[in-house]
Design a protein around this ligand. Sequence first.
Ligand code: ASP
Length: 328
Amino acid sequence: MTRPKVHIVVLGGTITMAPQKAGGIAPSISGGDLVAAVPALSDVADITVATPFLVPGASLSFAQMRQVDALIDEALAGAAHGVVIVQGTDTIDETAFLLDLTHRHAGPLVITGAMRGASAAGADGAANLLAAVTVAASPAARDLGALVVLNDEIHAARFVAKLHKALPSAFGSPDFGPLGHVIEGRVRIALRIARFDAGLAAPMPDAASVALVSTGLGGDDRMISAVPDLGYKGLVIEAMGAGHLPGNLVAAGEQVAKMMPVILASRVPGGPIFASTYGFPGSEIDLLGRGLLSAGFLSAHKARLLLALSLGAGHSLAEITEAFAAFQ
Ligand code: ASP
């Protein structure tokens, strides 16, 4: 039997962080050193590793993610059975979804990181890397799109969220739970999800600039109204509950929706945006009737990425509406 080949691409994050003279931890451990610190990886697969950059998750850019997308494509079109991306957990929910949008290979694409720095007691980096490589090498993980593996759980990119700032169990999929686990070195997938088609093909297009505006008790409409003049090409509104805005924000939302796509998302993690329940000013029925598009079960951050790539690819409003329909 041929041994699986897994290509690891290390981008930084806490998993690569070590104490600095000036204080605090910062990215400093290369992919080669990270892999060398986990000898058990070679029991699972033949490993190759690249470190295109070492940055905190929050500083990853669209340009860098396009570069990563090309590296994944090159590896999976070549000899690799699977690819593991190692990065900061602050943006894993976003990068996994972004990469999933254009990922068309059957070979597993797994994103991982760590909640504790490399030299912390109980550092979770080695265990997460080993589990991620185990999934990337597994035929059971083929055809599932981008997966996020931390804490021995396997999550679908479209559902996963970072739900805690500190715990190794920080990642969850609030809507449907994890797809499976890695236990005793074996990949156990309990749920298989269908691939989705958001109308985006590799290579990853340039991202258009899309504003994300959140809402809170007693808020006003100034941020929403300012969006067109700031040069944004689209807007995501992180509304309340099942897709509700304070009544005094409705006119601004409708006005902007006449000028660019406006996506209605929610600050509540679980469940979809409603479509047909509430009838008050600022309700989902009211807002969708005024031209806002539903994010469905996508978080505001994931909705922003889908809109940014769709606009970057030059898609029409009808095509964007269809892309979001895949997530209702
Ligand atoms: N601040 C870190 C980062 O995203 C957090 C982590 O990796 O867990 O780079």
